[in-house]
Design a protein around this ligand. Structure first.
Ligand code: XMP
Length: 317
C-alpha cells in the first residue's frame, strides 16, 4: 500500500543518490505541485536547490509577496524576480487567448532562462509535473487536446542543456497533497485552489493593461476573501473573477455610470476535466456583489456564471 511517509523517505533517498552534489533549478508557481516538488528536493539537497519565483504581474492581489514569504519560511533557497513589465509589454495589444498564452509562455522561458544562467554550473531542471500532466501530454492530440494549450509540460528551451527531474511524476493530486502534509507544508499552500499559469491574463477578456489587472485583482480579492471568511473556500474546487469588456449602464447616487461587467465563477470538480457551477448561497453572492460594486472603481455590475463543463470550460478564455 502507498503511504506518503514511505513515498517521502524513498524519494528523498533516491533524489540524494541521483543528484549528489549537483545544483538544481526549479520554477515555483505558488501552487501545490511546484511547492511540494521543491520541498522534497530541498530535503534531499538543501541549498543546492535554487528556486525561482517569477512575478508575471498576473498573479492575485499581494500573492507574490505573501507566497515568497511562505517559501522563505519553509527554508527554501528562493529568488523572487519582478518581471511584470516584460510580461505587460509582450501582452500589449494581444486579444486572442492563445496568443496571450503563447506570449506568457515565451516570456516566462526567457526570464527563467536568464535567471538559470546566473546559477553557476547548474545541472538539473526540476519540475512539479504530476501524473495527469504526463498523461495529458502523451494523449493523442485530437482537436480537443488543443482547445487550450497548457504549457506546464515540456517547457524546456532546447538551448538549456539541463537534465530533468520530476519527483511527483507518478502521483495524483490528492497524493501530492498528502506528501505535502508529510513535509509539513503550510495548509494555505496545500489547500489552495488551482490557478492557471497565464493567471489573470485569461480572466481579462481582450487586451491586458496594468489598470485592468488592478481592477480584477481587487474584485478577485473580495470574492476569495469572502469565500474564506464564510467557510466556503474548501467546498469550491476553483473560484475566480472575470473582467469582461462589456460596459453597462448603472446608477450611483444620482449619477449615471457606464462601467464594466464582472463575472464570478466558482466550480466543483474532481480534476478540472468536468465541472459544475457551485451552488453558493444567494446571501453570500449578494454580499460579495455589493462589496465589489461599492469598492471597486470601474465595475458597476456583477453576474454569476451558472454554466457547467462541458459544454462551457472553467476559464472564459
Ligand atoms: P478549462 O478552462 O480548460 O480549465 O476548463 C481547466 C483547468 O485548467 C486551468 N487552465 C490552465 N492552466 N495554463 C494552466 O496552467 C493554462 O493555459 C490554462 N488554461 C486553463 C484552469 O484554471 C482549470 O483549473
Amino acid at each position: 500500500d502507498w503511504t506518503s511517509d514511505q513515498f517521502v523517505d524513498a524519494t528523498v533517498a533516491d533524489l540524494k543518490q541521483q543528484l549528489g552534489d549537483d545544483k538544481v533549478v526549479l520554477g515555483l508557481s505558488g501552487g501545490v505541485d511546484s511547492s511540494v516538488a521543491a520541498m522534497l528536493i530541498h530535503h534531499a539537497i538543501g541549498k543546492n536547490l535554487y528556486c525561482i519565483f517569477v512575478d508575471n504581474g498576473l498573479l492575485r492581489k499581494d500573492e507574490f509577496e505573501n507566497v515568497l514569504d511562505s517559501y522563505k519560511h519553509m527554508g527554501l533557497n528562493v529568488k523572487g524576480v519582478d518581471a511584470k513589465d516584460k510580461f505587460y509589454s509582450a501582452l500589449a495589444g494581444l486579444t486572442d487567448p492563445e496568443d496571450k498564452r503563447k506570449a506568457i509562455g515565451r516570456v516566462f522561458i526567457e526570464v527563467f532562462d536568464e535567471e538559470a544562467h546566473k546559477i553557476e554550473d547548474v545541472k538539473w531542471l526540476a519540475q512539479g509535473t504530476i501524473y495527469p500532466d504526463v498523461i495529458e501530454s502523451l494523449s493523442v492530440k485530437g482537436p480537443s487536446a488543443t482547445i487550450k494549450s497548457h504549457h506546464n509540460v515540456g517547457g524546456l528551451p532546447d538551448f538549456m542543456k539541463l537534465k530533468v527531474v520530476e519527483p511527483l511524476k507518478t502521483l495524483f493530486k490528492d497524493e501530492v497533497r498528502l506528501v505535502g502534509k508529510t513535509l509539513k507544508i503550510d495548509d494555505a499552500i496545500l489547500g489552495r485552489h488551482p490557478f492557471p499559469g497565464p493567471g489573470l491574463a485569461i480572466r481579462i477578456m481582450g487586451d491586458i493593461t496594468p489598470e485592468k489587472v488592478h481592477v480584477l485583482q481587487q474584485v478577485d480579492h473580495i470574492f476569495i476573501s469572502n469565500l474564506k471568511k464564510s467557510g466556503l473556500y474548501d467546498d469550491v474546487w476553483q473560484a475566480g473573477a472575470i473582467l469582461t469588456p462589456l460596459q453597462s449602464v448603472g446608477v450611483m447616487g444620482d449619477e449615471r455610470t457606464y462601467e464594466n461587467v464582472v463575472a464570478l465563477r466558482a466550480v466543483t470538480s474532481i480534476d478540472g476535466m468536468t465541472a459544475d457551477w457551485s451552488r453558493l448561497p444567494y446571501e453570500f453572492l449578494a454580499d460579495v456583489s455589493n462589496e465589489i460594486i461599492n469598492k471597486v472603481k470601474g465595475v458597476n455590475r456583477v453576474v454569476y456564471d451558472i454554466s457547467s463543463k462541458p459544454p462551457a470550460t472553467i476559464e472564459w478564455e
